[in-house]
Design a protein around this ligand. Sequence first.
Ligand SMILES: [Zn+2]
Ligand SMILES: [Zn+2]
Length: 359
Amino acid sequence: MSQRGDGGDGGRETDGSPAYDGGPVAALRRIAFLLERAREDTYKVKAYRGAAAAILPLGAEAVAAAVEDGTLTGIPGIGASTAKVIEAAVRGETPDRLARLEREAGPLATGGRELRAALRGDLHSHSDWSDGGSPIEEMAFTAIELGHEYLVLTDHSPRLKVAHGLSAERLARQLDVVDAVNDHLGGSGFALLKGIEVDILDDGGLDQSEEMLARLDVRVASVHSKLAMAKDAMTRRMVAAVGHPRTNVLGHCTGRLVTGGRGTRPGSEFDARAVFEACVEHDVAVEINSRPERRDPPTRLLELARDVGCLFSIDSDAHAPGQLDFLAYGCERAEAAGIDPDRVVNTWSRERLLGWANG
Ligand SMILES: [Zn+2]
Ligand SMILES: [Zn+2]
């Protein structure tokens, strides 16, 4: 029996299960990653992430002892299915659930592989400080595992209350946490960058104080309200936001939803040529939002932005660690649209990116 991935050469087998030497925490995290990547509902994933967090502080010996004594499910956060995973991993066997998910986990996209390989990071991600499902450090660890050199943490701004948008005070606290995470990861070559997905207000202003915006590395500005605004007003609103001196990326420009649990909705109406010309004028990147339910901008607009001469940012907009892998979808679309990789800002080095975003 052969084994996918990097869990060993599969040479040793016990009771027919391929060998696994990653340990129980890695097995649980990998299962969660693969479920998130496959767009499973968060509640299914939570058990695995919760179980990993529950056993991590106990240490390998205590976990092995609990397996030996049959007391695993007595540990808060461990249920029957997560216990099975832990037991197999402690015995050095690949957990069945993990083996099945690895078998099912093919590439997310067929095209765009060269572009994906050229990406060095991701400019749009959420943690559990706003509406994401995982702590900041888990997003950072997973970004490192994916080979990113940087990840911009872009939690929501205050007005988006349904998503627990961050007040200026909470954002200031978050920046201290980002510093602490980077200190902890010192020497890894990876950097968690400070960012925001700031709401574009009705008049085109940005929903965060100038002082806080100035403290960030990268700012993504997005429309999340009044998406059905009249075309002229929406154009003025977006052009104003793009012209804000702190704006770096125009997030999911139409706001459309094409599939998924939140239902579908048409995109906002605006003069796309005027908005994209403003992006060129103000050196703002048009986001290619990789979320499968967004696919934003639509192909017609993506090609218009290409012809107008825009920069692009291919972003995951991940709300869970496994969703950081969604970049593959955006790369496939960008390549199909014939977009030159050097016009994609996240193919740039961190230095070049930061120079551009704060120039
Ligand atoms: Zn958004
Ligand atoms: Zn977002």
